[in-house]
Design a protein around this ligand. Sequence first.
Ligand SMILES: C[S@@+](CC[C@H](N)C(=O)[O-])C[C@H]1O[C@@H](n2cnc3c(N)ncnc32)[C@H](O)[C@@H]1O
Length: 137
Amino acid sequence: MGEINGTIISLDLLPMEHIEGVHYIQGDFREESVLAQLEELVQGRPVDLVVSDMAPNLSGNSTTDGARVEHLIELAVDFATHHLRPEGALVAKVFHGPGYDDLVKLFRNHFKLVKPLKPKSSRDKSSETFLIGIGLK
Ligand SMILES: C[S@@+](CC[C@H](N)C(=O)[O-])C[C@H]1O[C@@H](n2cnc3c(N)ncnc32)[C@H](O)[C@@H]1O
């Protein structure tokens, strides 16, 4: 592996295998104290890219699950709009379902360019897809 030129910060509820040069925060992104840890590492520097593939454990109740998914994505958008450099990008995992159109609107409210992307690695049957927002409005 080449040397990392920049800062990579990874955040998850679960422990993660150490990758050299990557800062790691184990915690719940919904908690203020965890966001504060992330912001401390960012140190006010403009961020190039925010990637969120956060997904809650599903309860089976589609209303509850949909609301949890949307909340995580809204938090990722909020973080991105406060910390991305003007031409930076947010890539977020979203799910096709009742809340999808609202999330596209949320992205369009904040980004100049919004594109959906279904990578080859994502199974056709899965409702997961990704939204990419580029350039802050
Ligand atoms: C689809 S997995 C992706 C995991 C990992 N990024 C990977 O590629 O293997 C979704 C991840 O979101 C994390 N997650 C769910 N809710 C979270 C939250 N509130 N704060 C931080 N991470 C969360 C889960 O712990 C889980 O590891």
